[in-house]
Design a protein around this ligand. Sequence first.
Ligand SMILES: Cc1ncc(COP(=O)(O)O)c(C=O)c1O
Length: 358
Amino acid sequence: MVTRTVDLRSDTVTKPTEAMRAAMANAEVDDDVLGYDPTASRLETEMAKIMGKEAALFVPSGTMGNLVSVLVHCDVRGSEVILGHNSHIHIYENGGISTLGGVHPRTVPNNKDGTMDINLIEAAIRDPRGGLVYPTTRLICLENSQANCGGRCLSVEYTDRVGELAKKHGLKLHIDGARIFNAAVALGVPVHRLVQAADSVSVCLSKGLGAPVGSVIVGSKSFIAKARILRKTLGGGMRQVGILCAAALVALQENVGKLEDDHKKAKTLAEGLNQIKGLRVDLAAVETNIIYLDILDDSKFTAENLSKSLEQHGVLVMLEGPFSIRIVLHHQISASDVQYTLSCFQQALTGVQDENGN
Ligand SMILES: Cc1ncc(COP(=O)(O)O)c(C=O)c1O
């Protein structure tokens, strides 16, 4: 019988802490669609300050945060956005920017470190003289940390250079900052400096920060005023939303300081996994809380049978491909959970049978 669960599927699986639940129970609330919820206002004011932007808006999810942001920047039909081929917006958001917003995506390859080459971004910007046939480039999107590249961090220098490029061509810059605090902590820079060049940022509260629900978008006052209308259009205007924002305020106070420890635990786990025969982790790629694990070609294991075996010991991971597994650390994974996970991997790899029973 499994007596212990170590849930490494994502940093979205955290449970609200007692302090969050107490804050939710006691939250002062009012109708936020009418603009009167004091706890929502408090969270938005606090987040705008932390991110160094004029204003902020709570939205139900990171997906809606990105969608609203892209649509505000691309409010003219025939707009095009340049974004990474491996970005969350492009792959995992149901193509919402196109299907709902009529925005055309133009992808540039993400390098292994999460960046897109600046010269390729520039080359992807449409020549306005071809306006008769081309869509009009209006926006560049970055993702920091870049999840599909393994939680890699985009530096201040890189972000500033993309910001300068955007300005030079009269474009806006949006950052999908679902894990921007992880990136800022790993890079050792204040988060407001990291996003200084961006016109908007979408920040997830329910990933590394551990709040149960929600994201916040930040930007100029006029950007947020337009975003508020679009949020309502999309059905994201919520009434006594201070209940959720109260938990997010606790997450901001309590959990930003824990991210560094999550990254350390990710490194310890990655190093340990890399020492197990049949497994390989690119250790240099583990910069934040995400680990991609390859099961070596000559191994008799697949990601599926390995994860099933781990599950029997209460260790939950995410399948990434036939021979690839994703692991994500968060504040509810202890140092002892890391050691337990390593021992379960070790045991699984020596105990799993292949389909021939060997
Ligand atoms: C990089 C990134 N952006 C955006 C999102 C979307 O967030 P949500 O699941 O809250 O819609 C995610 C979710 O995993 C993500 O990893």
